[in-house]
Every structure is written in structure tokens, then in C-alpha cells.
Design a protein around this ligand. Sequence first.
Ligand SMILES: C[S@@+](CC[C@H](N)C(=O)[O-])C[C@H]1O[C@@H](n2cnc3c(N)ncnc32)[C@H](O)[C@@H]1O
Length: 256
Amino acid sequence: MTTPDWDGDRYAEIATLQHDLGRRFAAELSPPPNARVLDAGCGDGFVTRLIADRPEVAEVVGFDPSPLMIRAARDDAHPSIEFIEGDVTTFTTAQPFDLAVSLNALHWVHDSVAALSRLREAVHPGAAVVCQFVPEGERPSVEDVAFSVATAPAWADWFGGFGAPHVHRTRGEWRDIATSAGLVVDDATERDLAWDFGSAAAFRAWCALGFTAYTDRLPPERHDEFVTRVTDEYGRVTGSDQVFRFLQLRLASHRP
Ligand SMILES: C[S@@+](CC[C@H](N)C(=O)[O-])C[C@H]1O[C@@H](n2cnc3c(N)ncnc32)[C@H](O)[C@@H]1O
């Protein structure tokens, strides 16, 4: 499976939700003094910059497999951040970090054990690995709805052999995966959140940006129709065509 590319500039324009989550995520971190921090799946670097601005942080490396995201991140240079292309399942470093973090990237990575193993290897013994992402829940997620629309007969011509780009696992599965990746889990808190986009059109625009794994398979003239079909179906799950409801699991662990 190839990693879908994300349009870094468009992402920065529409990512108000990610930025709000990013502010909370960065504020809840506890980096040690003079920390070197690793941000896995850094996207356009918004959260990476917030982390770098914390007084305890000396230096941050942000990496992402998307060349468009890394280009957008580098466009807003920061003196103590290095942005590089990289994949969390293969990432290695010769200089271990004091803290590794990842926000809303790991539910796009199929090999979760490899991802957490690489993050464990990237930090010093005793250092924390803090990842937040979407887990499996009882309510169908927008990603679940997109996949069920794509695999319905009406769209089958374009989605033959298509596998879901997202990976949602329960909190218990994530605990087990972290343990088998050699991490000690300190906390696994799940939050059920909602974000009102203010209009159905704004919610569709946000979905369109995150659904490139789907729309890349479609002729351009059918992109809007696909996204609208997903948001209509999803509206039946949530009762609203402009409110996004989603879970966030904050998996806080450390390398023993
Ligand atoms: C929703 S964005 C989150 C970006 C940023 N962390 C934020 O919170 O704004 C998800 C990011 O995960 C990245 N990603 C997908 N697969 C990845 C992988 N195998 N390794 C690292 N990052 C990955 C995507 O390229 C994308 O930039």
C-alpha cells in the first residue's frame, strides 16, 4: 500500500481543527530540560513549531513521508527545527532523542508494531514516547464511512482491490502493541470530541483534503460527488452534516 500524499499548503489553510488539537497536545507534553524532541508524522509542522517554542525544548526533528507536507513545513522555517522526509516504520537515528511524539499520524500506518518499535529505538532509555491518534470506537468513524462508500457497488469500478488507508484499533489493542514494541504504557486516555465546522461546505472541504487516498482513484469530475456521498452517510451517524465527532487516544509510554 502506498502512503497517500497530502497537500501541505491546502492542509495549512483548512487545518483549524488539527491546529486546535495541536495546541492542546503540545501544552500537555512534559519535555525534560534542554530536550531534543522527535515529531513523527509532523505534517505541515504546525505542532512541531509549538513544541519547539516550549522553553524546555532545545531542538526538534519533524519527519513525514509526504514531500508536499515537508515542503510546506520548510516554507515556515524555525531556527531549532529540522524537517526531513521519513517513514515512522523505518525511521532510525544515530542520536537518540529525549522525547518522541506523534499526533494523528499513527492511525494511517498499518504496521503499528514497527512504528512504535522505531519510536522506542529513537529515544534514550527512560525517555517518553507520547502518541495521540484515532482509535477504534463503537460509533463508525468518518474513515469507516468513507471506506464503506468506496466499497459499495456504485463506486466498485474505481476501488477494485482497494484496502482501507486507515487503521483503527481499540485502546486495549494499542496497549498490547506498545508492550510488544518494548514500551511501558503509563497512560491510555480516550476522549470523545466534536468539532463544528460551521457549515456543511466547510466540513466537505476538510474531508476532501483528507480523502486523497480515495479521490486519487477517481476522475476529477467525480471527487465532489464522492465526498458529498460520504458526508451525507456520515451525517446519518452523527445527526449533523457539519459536526465531526471523533475519538482521540493519548498513549503515553516510555522506553524502559
Ligand atoms: C492528519 S496529518 C497530522 C499531521 C500533524 N501531526 C498534525 O497533527 O497536524 C497525518 C500525517 O501522517 C503522515 N503519515 C502517514 N503515514 C505515515 C508514516 N508511515 N510515517 C510517518 N508519518 C505518516 C501523513 O503524511 C500526514 O502528514
